[in-house]
Design a protein around this ligand. Sequence first.
Ligand SMILES: [Zn+2]
Length: 76
Amino acid sequence: MCYNNSILDCLSDNLPFKVVQNLRSGEKGVSMYKTGEKPGKGRYYCTNCGQEVILDDDTDTLPPCPKCQNTTYRKG
Ligand SMILES: [Zn+2]
């Protein structure tokens, strides 16, 4: 059930806290990363479905989202 205006508030019932937190930080204009970029080691989250992608090397490129094929990410 959802009586809030914000979609994020709705989703927060179903998503892990970390993902929700990341989506919220994205609302403030945090940098975005795209498939094919080499943003360096770290955890990245699909902007569409929240799928986590981990790059363990600075030379790794971001793949399309393994879940929804989205090509934009936010840093975790
Ligand atoms: Zn996705």
